[in-house]
Every structure is written in C-alpha cells, then in structure tokens.
Design a protein around this ligand. Structure first.
Ligand code: GUN
Ligand code: FE
Length: 424
C-alpha cells in the first residue's frame, strides 16, 4: 500500500450543483485513489508523508476533452475568420508543416511543456494526419505524466494537396501502422480514432475506420454541428442523412456500445441530433472560446446538462486561444449569459458550480472515475496559490476559488498530481 496526504483548502464538485469546501484539511491518496478528507489524520494514516500546501487551494485536475496539439503554434493569430475559411487559410497550411519531424519536435515540445504546467491533468488531443509526428507527440505526452487520448487525424477529401491522404485505403493503412506502434506502448497515452469531420472523410474511409474501431475497441473523437456553412456542406455531401450526427452514426462512429465518443461543439444541433447523442451516450465537448473566436455561435449547454447528456469542456486550441481550462470555465459561464440575454431566455445561464463541474467531473467521466475527490476517484489534483493577489478584506475559500478561476492566472499553479503521481 502506498499512501500520502495533501494538506490545504480542498474544493471539489459533489455533483452538478454543489462544490464542497474543506478548509485546512488532509486529502488522502491510497494507491492512486482518493481515500477520504479529514480535519486530522486518522489513526491508520498517522505516519504517511504529508505535503503541506499551506493556505493554497487544492482542486481536482481539469479534463480538456477537445484540443489540437499542432495548432498551439498559431493560437491567438488569424482570428478574424469563420470555420471553413480559417481551416483553409490558416489551419491546414500549419498542420502540413508536421510532415517535417524537426518542426514537429520543436512545436510539440513547447506544447507538451506548457500543457504540463497548465491546470489540465487529462486531455483528448488531435494530432495531424502524419504518423511519425503524432507518435512523437505521444512520446512527449507520455513523459509528462498527464493522461491523454491522442488521435492521428484521418482526412482523404476536400483538403489541400499538402494536407490530405491519397485515398481511404492509404488513410486506413497509416492508421493501422500508427495503432500497431502505439496501442500497447504507453502507460498514460492512448490512441483515439480521429476522423477530422465529415467533409474531410469519404464514406469509404468511414467504413474502414468503423472496422478498425471494432477490432481495436477504440474511442472516437470528431467535430459536429459547429458552424452553419459546415452543416449545409455536410447535408450536400450526405443527402441521405436527416442530420449531421447521422453521417457518423450510419457507420457506427457515434457512441453506442463499446464506442465511447466525443463530439466537439454541437452548437447548432437539431432536436433529433440531441436525442441521438443522448441515446448513444455521446460526450459533448463544449468549447466556448473557440465558438466565440470563430463566430460559430453559442451551444445550448444548459439544455444538454438538464437533459442528462454527457458534457465536458474543451479549449479547442487554436479555435480557442487559451490553453487554460480555468479560462474555459469562465468562458462557458459568460457565453451562457449572453445566450440567455440575447437569444433564448428559456435557458438560464450556467452557474459557477455547474461550469466547475463540467471542467472536472463532466469531462473527467470520459476517463473513468475522474474529476472529484469523492472516495474511489482517481487522485488527480492541482494546487493553486493565490497569495500574491492583494486584497483589502478577508475572503472565504469559496470566494477565492471563484476569483482564481475568473483570473485564470497560470502563476497560481504550484503542484499537480495524476492518479496519485506527483508531476511537480
Ligand atoms: N472542424 C474540422 N477541423 C477543425 C479544427 O481543426 N478546428 C475546429 N474548431 N473545427 C474543426
Ligand atoms: Fe476542434
């Protein structure tokens, strides 16, 4: 048995609407799993090592369930376009550079170092279509100790010559090569099937990916109903489907038995699509900053939450410009307020409790028992020190937590644990 404790001001979600606060308490980790919160160390744990975080806050690690590693290099640049123009003029030319392993090495070492220092402990990450550089990204991520799913991207149509696989067969072959190299190689880093989105993948490719999904029992990540132009295009490409989600579902790549699936965005999902996501247990990755930057719209997250869909948050680097999942929490709240005020007052804005839940337990569920400090949850923790903020009045821990999240300041991050392993 290996056990230790973190001491500090412990804050975590106990469900959608409740944040528990335990001032100056011990959070015990036993064999990588949370084993209780106590004011004083109990009898059987008197001699375990303790890391005293002083007056810092201790929160569960955050799960970023949608981002693109190769796009970190141009975050915050070229932000005045909508999705399809942005992909063609900025994103695809940059991703094409990852054919060059030296470029990939430089870019991915910066990305992984920054992700390690961020409040994120788990992530679902897109690479590019290139096998070698995606494997390099996985090597780097493994070293960080973060737990991630990483996808070699599939795209065999509608891309530029510099960023497109020759045909479905070549794309499937590259995917199998990548899987045979990586599916058993790592402890922390796992492959996830990643058809970029319907406009990038022929029916033939989708069929082959579905076969690979079955054979390897892989999870799936893609994009769904992000932008109106994209949705019309999918309708033209797939005239037999009633809505975008069916374009994945017809191949068995939309959740359901043995195929955990994340769909990013779901900004403009029609009723039938929402129903199918619920039926299939699809995870919605809500990416509020990206949806703002690319003028995509505002997803009805309150509705998804209230109807019991799985929902988590994503930074969607580089649609989103900030790698901070603390920022994603506040963005989710802010855009939900604008949606409520400007377009639909039947859906109330998200509360702080709800948005904090989405970033911790909501997205964490994709990884198992992750995102809380309740007994039995994996011990993913972040230590946040806000002592350098000057304040003229005493503040409660709950007030400090909200301020820390709103200010989203990386300088606060002083420690991080994943499944009980100390990263720093
Ligand atoms: N849809 C297809 N590819 C992408 C991408 O790279 N980013 C976003 N936001 N949407 C996409
Ligand atoms: Fe994306």
């Amino acid at each position: 048995m290996s056990a230790f404790a973190l001491k500090g001001n412990i804050c975590f979600s106990q469900g959608k609407n409740k944040i528990s606060v335990h001032e100056q308490s011990y959070l015990i980790c036993e064999n990588g799993v949370c084993a209780g919160i106590f004011k004083e160390l109990p009898e059987g744990f008197l001699h375990i090592p303790v890391r005293d975080a002083g007056d810092s806050l201790i929160i569960p690690g955050l799960s970023d369930i949608h981002l693109h590693a190769p796009q970190y290099s141009f975050r915050g640049m070229g932000m005045d376009l909508e999705l399809l123009d942005w992909l063609n003029t900025i994103t695809f030319p940059e991703e094409a550079k990852y054919a060059d392993l030296d470029y990939a090495r430089k870019a991915y070492s910066i990305f992984t170092e920054d992700l390690k220092k961020s409040p994120t402990t788990r992530a679902c990450i897109f690479g590019t279509l290139h096998v070698e550089s995606t494997e390099l990204l996985m090597d780097f991520l493994e070293e960080t100790g973060l737990k991630t799913f990483v996808g070699k991207v599939n795209m065999d149509r509608n891309g530029p010559d510099i960023l497109q696989e020759k045909n479905a067969e070549e794309s499937a072959k590259a995917t199998l090569h990548w899987l045979s190299d990586t599916s058993e190689k790592y402890l922390n880093t796992k492959p996830i099937l990643t058809p970029r989105f319907t406009p990038s993948c022929t029916d033939e490719l989708m069929k082959k990916l579905a076969e690979i999904q079955q054979e390897y029992h892989l999870p799936v990540q893609s994009h769904l109903s992000e932008n109106m132009g994209e949705i019309s295009w999918v309708q033209e490409l797939c005239p037999k489907t009633a809505f975008y989600g069916e374009a994945y579902d017809q191949f068995g790549l939309f959740g359901g038995k043995g195929c955990p699936t994340i769909m990013a965005h779901c900004v403009h999902s029609p009723e039938a699509e929402i129903e199918l996501m619920k039926k299939r247990g699809v995870y919605v990755a809500h990416c509020p900053q990206s949806n703002t930057n690319l003028s995509s719209g505002i997803a009805p997250v309150r509705e998804y939450l209230d109807r019991g869909l799985h929902v988590g948050l994503g930074t969607d680097i580089a649609g989103g410009h900030s790698l901070s999942m603390l920022r994603a929490i506040t963005d989710a709240i802010q855009v939900s307020k604008l949606r409520w005020r400007l377009t639909d007052d039947s859906l109330k804005a998200l509360t702080f409790e709800e948005a904090f839940y989405l970033a911790t337990m909501g997205g964490g569920e994709f990884f198992g028992k992750v995102g809380s400090f309740l007994d039995g949850y994996e011990f993913d923790a972040v230590i946040l020190d806000d002592s350098f903020y000057r304040h003229p009045q005493p503040l409660s821990v709950r007030e400090r937590l909200e301020r820390l999240v709103y200010l989203s300041d990386d300088r606060c991050i002083k420690g991080k644990y994943v499944s009980g392993r100390k990263l720093f």
